[in-house]
Each structure stands twice: as C-alpha cells, then as structure tokens.
Design a protein around this ligand. Sequence first.
Ligand SMILES: *Cc1c(COP(=O)(O)O)cnc(C)c1O
Ligand SMILES: [Zn+2]
Length: 423
Amino acid sequence: MTSLLDAPTAIPPSPASSLRCRNCGAEFPLIAIHACAECFGPLEVAYDPAILGAVTREQIEAGPQNIWRYSALLPVGQDPATRVTLDPGFTPLIRADRLAAELGFTAPVWVKDDSANPTHSFKDRVVSVALTAARGLGFESVACASTGNLANSVAAHAARNGLQATVFIPSDLEPGKIVNSAIYGPRLVAVDGSYDDVNRLTSELQESDDFESTAFVNQNVRPYYAEGSKTLGYEVAEQLGWRLPPQVVIPIASGSLLTKVDKAFSELVKIGLVPESDWKVFGAQSAGCSPVATAFDNGHDVVQPVKPTGIAKSLNIGNPADGPYALDAVRRTGGAIASVTDDEIREGIALLARTTGVFAETAGGVTVAVLKKLVESGQIDRNAETVVLNTGEGLKTIDALSVSWTHRIDPSLKSAREAGLVS
Ligand SMILES: *Cc1c(COP(=O)(O)O)cnc(C)c1O
Ligand SMILES: [Zn+2]
C-alpha cells in the first residue's frame, strides 16, 4: 500500500488547491485518497478562490463544445495533452413544451439530454475527469464498481486511450449494459451479488498489491471523479443564457450527481458568472431503492441502507455514499425527494418519449415520473421554470419495457383495410 507521504502528487498546476474533508474540514494534498485520515469523512476538491474568481464567460465560450470548456473550474485537464477523454458534454437542453403542457406547467420545462454523450450516459463526464486525474497521478490501469453506465464509460475511455481496464458489475445487469461494456474489451467481471457487494469487494481489492497501480474511479480517485458532474450544472446555466433554473430534478444513486449540480450552481453565483437567484434541487429515486427519499420523508439526517430491487438498476445503490450530502442540498434549497414504482417509471419513460422524442433509460423514467408526482403533490411549482435531467439512453434498458407495434398486417390493401388503416 502506498502511504500518504510517498503517494504521487503529479496533478499539474490547476485551480484546485487541496482535498478537503466534507465532515471535519481537514486538508490533504491532491493525491489518490477519498477518505479523511482524521475522521474517515469523504474528501472533496477545494479550489483557490482567487483563480476561480478570475474565470470569465468569454473564456468559457471560447472553449471546445464539450466539458473541457469548463476546465478552468475543474481539478485537471487544463492542458489538452493531459486529457484522458472521449470529449463528452455540451449535450442538448431541449425545451419540452408538450411535456410542460401535459403536466399543466405555465412556465417552461427543459430536458437536459445526457443520453447524447459518447457512451450514452452522464457517466462520461465523471470518467473523463477521473481518468485524467488518474494518469496525472501516475496510475497505469483503471477499474471501477458499477451499476452499468460507469462500466460502459470506463471501458470505452480505456479503449480510446490504451489503458488496461477491469470493471466489476453485478451479474444480473441488463444485457444492454453488459454488451456496452464487453464490446470495448475490458476485463469484465460479473459478480454474483448486489452493487453494494461489488463495491465492498473492489474496496478490498484496492488494498491488494495486484491493484496497487490501479485507479478505482469511484474509490481512490473519487474526489476527482465527482467533480466531473459539476459540468452538467455549468452547462444548464450556460445554455439558459447564463442563469440558474429555479427548479431542477435529478436522479439519485450514490447522490454525487445531485450534490455536484448544486455545488456548480453555488460556484457560478459565487464567482459572478450568473446573477444571484434561488434554486431548488429535487431528488428522484425508485421505490425499489429509496433510502434517501425515505430519510427525507422521515426527517432523518442518516440514510439507512436498503437491499435494492426493481428495474431502475443504474440507480440501485442501497448504501449511497453521498446520501447525507444530497439530503442536505435538497433541504437547504427547499426542494424535495420522492420515489416511484416500476410501473410509474415505465409510464415516465413513455411520457417523455411521446411528448419530447427523447427515449430515456429507466433512470430517466424515474426522474420524469418523480417530476409528475411532485407537480401533482404541489411540491414542484408549475409556475416556475424547471429542468429535468435525462441521464441515460433508453436503448440500454429495453428489457424493462413491454411495448410493441400497434398493428400487424399482411402486405396487402385488404389486410390494411381490415386493420382499420384505410376505409
Ligand atoms: C450513475 C447514474 C446516476 C446517478 O449517479 P450518482 O452520482 O451516483 O447519484 C443517474 N443516472 C444514471 C443513468 C446513472 O448511470
Ligand atoms: Zn475529516
């Protein structure tokens, strides 16, 4: 095991200044650790406020049409030659007027469609930042524990950049998620257990000599990984014309994405890139795995682990690492968290598809169904502009759906007539 003192710190100069414990505030150098040596709290990248404060809209707008336009607000990747990436991001922000009308909104509803990323989920953002950090820190190979999309993205990034990848997934994942990892040629390890079991196993493996020079994207380089999610928040603000949406609905697995979109909004206000305005963060879970929604309902700060079930497999983390921080962001901004059943998720997928032409995976169905539920309960305001995140692609989870043709006919006019298509 590498000790704290002899760990590599080869992160090139960047606006990042240290890793800071979110629990006790202790600071550490920019190395490959994710837990505080004092209190075991999670570490987060801290930035030099003077450097962040000097970033301008013009500087960002002159950048590439991908996440690296925000490199001045990220811990790594300022020098394009250092990036380990598929250049994800700058995905469409779609004005969803037909969805808004169906839900009774008087204000605009927008769908941020992150299925338009290279491996068809928002995970490309976090993986690009994690692997760029990993290479900067001197790692030779990469690994992850995944509910599916992370595995797809790590495998593809490793293929493009010639890194050895080992990805660990629960063996009962959707065929689409398995194929979308296997095709890139990683070592693909299917574990007969839940994601939480897989995650526990990879933390143990990380301690072994055989994995000493391996970066685990959501473990030893997790602080860098998590920062990649901020780019989703930055993009929403920039695409709205440099302002924050009053309401945003975000799916929760580990809770990292939700906390980082909130962090991105705070940073943009703090450094003056958007006018100061209030925003509310809403969290979406499935009924089969709703530990954060349950804690929200019960007024608890602690998230009780659960054993996940149900079709929203990419969100099936029973013991979410960032659950308490997600609760915090939702409560601080005056939002809410809700969960929806598998049938509601299928209806959410269909509702989004038939009103916007966007086909979401089950996680997107969760988010749209939670939007609908919170609008109906009055917790989301129909008169306030709202952004919904679609984080993944429907073609990866078709096995969760039972939809088919509306008519089946012989190739004859007679048959078309019998089916009622012509009179
Ligand atoms: C991983 C994932 C999420 C949630 O991510 P966390 O940051 O762990 O909360 C949401 N949607 C999809 C499709 C994902 O793959
Ligand atoms: Zn600490």
